[in-house]
Design a protein around this ligand. Sequence first.
Ligand SMILES: Nc1nc2c(ncn2[C@@H]2O[C@H](COP(=O)(O)OP(=O)(O)OP(=O)(O)O)[C@@H](O)[C@H]2O)c(=O)[nH]1
Ligand SMILES: [Mg+2]
Length: 315
Amino acid sequence: MSEENKQNTDLNPIPEIGCDYPERHKAGFVNIVGSPNVGKSTLMNKLVGERLSIINSKAQTTRHRIMGMVNEPEFQIVYSDTPGVLNPAYKLQEGMMKFVKTALQDADVLLLVTDIFEDCIAHEATLEKISKMEVPVIVLINKIDLGDQEKAMERMNYWKEQIPRAQIAAISALHNFNLDCILDMIISELPEGSPFFPKDELTDKPMRFFVSEIVREKILTHFKQEIPYSCEVVVEEYKDEPDICSIRAEIRVARESQKQIVVGAKGRMIKRVGTDSRKDMELFLGKKVYLDLYVRVDKDWRNDEKKLKRFGYFD
Ligand SMILES: Nc1nc2c(ncn2[C@@H]2O[C@H](COP(=O)(O)OP(=O)(O)OP(=O)(O)O)[C@@H](O)[C@H]2O)c(=O)[nH]1
Ligand SMILES: [Mg+2]
C-alpha cells in the first residue's frame, strides 16, 4: 500500500453527539464487472468472506446482481457481483445485462476484473463506457497463479494503455494473492458518507434466493452442454421452523427432452442433485433441511419476459 493511501485510510473518527457513526465514516457501492468466467464471483466471496455467489468453471454462472456487505466501524463496503458481460442472444441474457448496466451506473468504485488470458475485453461497448466513467476504476488482473511475472507485467501494461487513469493490480482471487492490497485501494477510494444498509446486514438477497442458487450450482456441476443454461430454479415453498427448513423447489427446463436428462434414468440424476443440494443447504442454513425437488417443463421460459420478471430478472 502506498504512503498516500495509508494517510487516506487513517480515519481517526471523531464521534458526534446524536450520530451513531464516526464523522468520517466511509460508505459506497463497489461494483464488480468483467467478462464471463474471469473470477468475479470468486473475488466477491473472498472480499466478503462468505460464499454468497456460486462459482463454476462454466461461463455465465452468475445471472443476478448479488450484493455482499463488509461492515467495519469506520466503513461499509457494498460489493455487487454481476453476470459476465456478453452480447445477449435471448431475453434472459438481456435481463442479466440490465444488472450490469445498473451496476455501471451506480458504482462509487468500479472493479473491472479480467484474467491473465483475456487479450482484450470481449465487449467493446462496455470498455468504452468504463473509460468514460468518472468514478475510480481498479482493473484487477486475476488468475496470475496460472501465469508468470512476464505475462502479468505485459497484461498490466496493456490495461494501463486501455484505461490510463485506472489503478491496476495483479491478483489471484482463488489463492488470496494481493487481496489485502486491493482492500486498501478500495477503502482509500470510498467516499465519505453514512451506511446504506444496517450494519449487521450481509446481503440484499433473501435466504430463498441462496437456496435456489445452491440447486443451480449442482445443476452446473452435474450436467454438460446446454442443460445448465436451460434451467431455472424456482423456490415455490419455504417454511422455516426452529429445527428444520422445509423447501419445495422446481427446476424449470425449456423442453421435454431436457426434463428427461435432468430426471435421469430411474430418477437417478434428480436424486443426486437433490441430495447434494440438501447437504449444502444444511451447511448454509445451519439446520436440517427437507427438500422436495421437481422438474417441470416451462416452455421457452428464457424468452418470456413475464416469467423472467417473476424469476427476479428485469426488476
Ligand atoms: N487458477 C485460478 N482460477 C480461478 C481464480 N479465480 C477464479 N478461478 C476459477 O475460474 C472459474 C470461474 O470463476 P467464477 O468466480 O465463477 O467466475 P465469474 O467471473 O464469476 O464467472 P461468470 O459468473 O460466469 O461470469 C472457476 O473455476 C474458478 O475456480 C484464480 O485466481 N486462479
Ligand atoms: Mg460469477
